[in-house]
Every structure is written in structure tokens, then in C-alpha cells.
Design a protein around this ligand. Structure first.
Ligand code: CA
Length: 250
């Protein structure tokens, strides 16, 4: 039997409201919008809600097999000019591509358009591949471990070591970090083969290095990234140091 292929794409860089991150999964099986929603709710949290920033990444995913790909927005049955996300929030009008949404009496579900950064609408019974999402929260683990041990712990008991890939992620982590017993905590930041990267696969776009922080080539022992809680900056640290750490969890 052919299995549905879900391609892990990226960890959302935009903590949504109070305390979560989200991650999108591209599902290549083609379904009508309603069936896609059911599928996502069974296997993930929901059909994807996206910000404008996420839309850019999702529409430029080179693995898209369709020009149109379902996401979670649908027309309010009681008001054809109003659209909601599957999760319940209102979908902002500025996310539509020019000229969309059109044909409001029959195109009641929303999709992204490969290569363009906005949404278009289509009839809900069209069968398309789609994006599902999972939500995550952050958790501070009050055990002091080396970076490798922390990584193992997060991956075994939660999802992964945290990425702090935007200002909002930073605010999110800082807000929830009050329980740490150490002044620095491990993050998923690692230096290997000449570059710093997030172990979860996120891009290093946003940066928050301490002044002495971003050394082009860190000295031998400072190849793991810790978060300095008080100063809200990243700092290269000895991977063997024992620190509390932050994981993302479902
Ligand atoms: Ca349309």
C-alpha cells in the first residue's frame, strides 16, 4: 500500500498567540478540502493556519506537487466576504493574491498558489495536496546536562531542543523561562563545519548574539549555543558544561 508522504518542511518562526510554536507538514495525498481537514485533525493538529511570513516559505517549497495546495482557510457560510481559519481565527484579507477571492458563490475554500506569496480560493471539492500543522509549546527542563545529553533528552521525551528563530520566539522563551535554575540554558544552536545552525533545521535569520558572541570560528570548546536569560542574548558555550535546557513539546 502506498503510504502518504509527509515532508517535514520547517519550524514556524512565528509563535502564534500565547505559548506555542507551530510546524507545517506537506501531505502529498490529494483530497477535497473537508477530507484534508479531517486527515490533518487525525494525524496532526489541524489544516494549516499561516501568517504572511509563513506563506512565503510554504509557496516556495520545491517539493510541492500541485500548483494549488489546500490550507485551512474557508468561507464563512453566513457571510461570503468573511473567511476563517480551520482553527477558528479570522483570516486576514491582505493575504489574498490580487483578484482573489473571486467567484464567492462556488469557491469557498482557500489554497496557496505555488510560487506566489498569497492565497486564492477554489471549489472545496477539488482534490489537492495540502498542509497540516502541529502546535508546540516550550518547556524548561530543570536538570543540568551537557548539550548532547540535553538534545537526547528533548528528542526522547519531547520533540526537540528549542530554536529561537525570531524575536517572537525569543520573547516566548524568555517569558516561560522563569523556572530555570541556571543563568544560561541550552538551546538547539550548534556550530559545525564552519557555521552555526539550529538542530531543528531552521534558518538562522534572526540573530541575538552577545557582544563577544558570534565568533566567526569559535574556540575549540565553545561550539554550543546557550541563552543568557538575564541579558536575552545567545552565547557560545562549552558543550560539556551542565545547564538546564529548553525543549519544544506537543
Ligand atoms: Ca479563485
Amino acid at each position: 500500500m502506498k503510504e502518504t508522504v509527509s515532508v517535514y518542511l520547517f519550524l514556524c518562526l512565528c509563535g502564534l498567540s500565547s505559548s506555542f510554536y507551530r510546524r507545517h507538514f506537506y501531505v502529498t495525498q490529494r483530497m477535497q478540502w473537508n477530507d484534508a481537514q479531517t486527515y490533518c485533525r487525525e494525524h496532526y493538529d489541524d489544516l494549516s493556519t499561516t501568517t504572511t511570513q509563513e506563506l512565503k516559505k510554504m509557496t516556495s517549497n520545491p517539493n510541492l506537487i500541485d500548483r494549488y495546495v489546500w490550507v485551512g482557510a474557508y468561507q464563512n457560510p453566513a457571510n461570503s466576504s468573511e473567511w476563517f481559519w480551520s482553527g477558528g481565527e479570522k483570516q486576514p484579507v491582505e493575504q489574498w493574491n490580487p483578484g482573489e477571492p473571486n467567484l464567492l458563490d462556488r469557491e469557498k475554500c482557500a489554497n496557496i498558489y505555488k510560487g506566489k506569496s498569497g492565497l486564492t480560493n477554489n471549489p472545496c471539492d477539488k482534490t489537492l495536496s495540502f498542509y497540516c500543522m502541529d502546535y508546540y509549546e516550550t518547556i524548561v527542563v530543570q536538570e543540568s546536562k551537557t548539550w548532547e545529553e540535553a538534545l537526547d533528552d528533548c528528542r526522547q521525551n519531547y520533540v526537540d531542543l528549542v530554536s529561537i528563530a525570531s524575536e517572537r520566539n525569543m520573547a516566548e522563551v524568555i517569558k516561560n523561562i522563569t523556572t530555570s535554575q541556571t543563568a544560561y540554558v541550552w538551546t538547539g544552536l550548534r556550530f559545525l563545519a564552519g557555521d552555526w545552525f539550529w538542530v531543528s533545521g531552521d534558518d538562522i535569520g534572526y540573530e541575538a548574539w552577545s557582544v563577544e558572541g558570534e565568533l566567526q570560528c569559535p574556540t575549540k570548546n565553545l561550539k554550543c549555543g546557550a541563552l543568557d536569560i538575564k541579558n536575552k542574548v545567545w552565547k557560545p558555550a562549552d558543550c560539556e558544561e551542565r545547564l538546564n535546557f529548553v525543549c519544544i513539546k506537543n
